[in-house]
Ligand binder design. Structure first.
Ligand SMILES: Nc1nc2c(ncn2[C@@H]2O[C@H](COP(=O)(O)OP(=O)(O)OP(=O)(O)O)[C@@H](O)[C@H]2O)c(=O)[nH]1
Ligand SMILES: [Mg+2]
Length: 318
């Protein structure tokens, strides 16, 4: 599981029309193909390589029509073995199919656990959680219903639940990063650099992203700070890349923020900054949340050291 150059298998499953193929197209930034997406015929395999982490994966997009589902469940040695992660996609805008979706999820868990219990990561995407429906009561009720159903249906294996939409790219970048990079050998090495940097600068939350905004490492003192960083990082990098299109060299983007009392017990003010780091022809983004100006000053002071350490780490991979 930790070997860096092996080909890892990642499954995308769920009922028909849940959004699996669209998710993959979005992650590959094939935006123009999104409106033309057709139901997937059986299983479609595509490859993805992250050169930074030396990760090569093969993604199995399992078309979700009823007839195909039977085929997958009946041939577990082909479909449900040796996978690192299973992404299970549920369309939250199709309540009539919820029961069927939970049933298929159960079937998959049963089949997959027989071959290797505990050994794969299960990521459940409550998908089509679009920005324009997320605050509706109907949506909140559906999410509560589904989360309860899932929690009572899954007993013996670990899983994580995500709320995603193709209209909220950061939500999918986060889920995919977790399913592919989390706890890999190289990701842990990047993480130890962040830990060292955090120890010197007293940042409250930090993410290291690759050029496509996949999260390759993170450290945080508080889960909610991390969520804030995850949600805005891809948006800030977009602004930075836009400026670069005008040949403006943008070193960083800094935002001064004020927390409401609910969000932060101790501090009201903070700074979030995004910094690009171009190291050995590799683009990284660092996003950090600092709870006062001194922390920000320290963060900038130690950036050259972090950059040096990143450079050394990259060279050690060669
Ligand atoms: N509103 C909304 N629609 C989405 C989202 N993701 C996908 N869709 C739409 O859902 C429909 C089905 O998407 P697909 O990607 O083909 O679904 P699939 O899970 O691959 O379906 P099968 O291949 O039949 O299993 C398409 O019309 C997509 O545009 C989303 O986040 N929000
Ligand atoms: Mg499909």
């Amino acid at each position: 599981m930790n070997g860096s150059n092996e080909l890892k298998k990642i499954l995308f499953c769920g009922l028909e029309s849940g959004g699996k193929t669209s998710i993959l197209l979005l992650l590959d930034k094939k935006f123009s193909l999104l409106p033309t997406v057709k139901p997937t015929i059986k299983a479609k395999r595509t490859f993805y390589t992250n050169s930074l982490l030396g990760t090569s994966i093969v993604r199995w997009d399992l078309g979700g029509q009823k007839g195909y589902r039977k085929i997958y469940l009946g041939d577990k040695s082909k479909y449900f073995t040796d996978m690192q992660s299973i992404f299970y996609v549920i369309d939250i805008q199709a309540p009539k199919k919820f029961e069927e979706a939970i049933r298929f999820l159960n079937d998959i868990i049963n089949v997959a656990s027989e071959s290797h219990p505990e050994n794969f990561q299960l990521l459940i995407l409550l998908h089509k959680y679009d920005p324009d429906v997320k605050n509706k009561k109907e949506t909140i009720d559906r999410l509560n219903y589904l989360e309860n159903q899932i929690k009572s249906a899954i007993k013996d294996i670990k899983f994580s639940i995500y709320r995603t939409s193709i209209y909220d790219e950061p939500s999918l970048l986060k889920a995919f990063s977790d399913g592919v990079f989390y706890a890999t050998h190289k990701s842990k090495m990047f993480e130890s650099l962040l830990k060292e940097y955090m120890g010197k600068t007293y940042n409250s939350s930090m993410l290291l992203l690759d050029q496509n905004c996949f999260i390759i490492a993170s450290r945080t003192t508080d889960e909610s700070y991390q969520k804030i960083c995850e949600a805005i990082a891809p948006r800030l990098t977009q602004a930075l890349e836009k400026l670069e299109e005008w040949d403006i060299n943008t070193i960083d983007i800094v935002t001064n923020v004020e927390f409401s009392e609910k969000q932060s017990k101790y501090q009201k003010e903070g700074i979030i900054f995004l910094r690009k780091l171009d190291i050995s022809n590799t683009r990284f983004y660092l996003i950090a949340l600092c709870l006062n100006k001194k922390v920000k000053i320290k963060s900038y002071e130690y950036l050259p050291l972090l950059a040096d350490n990143l450079k050394n780490l990259l060279e050690s991979f060669d």
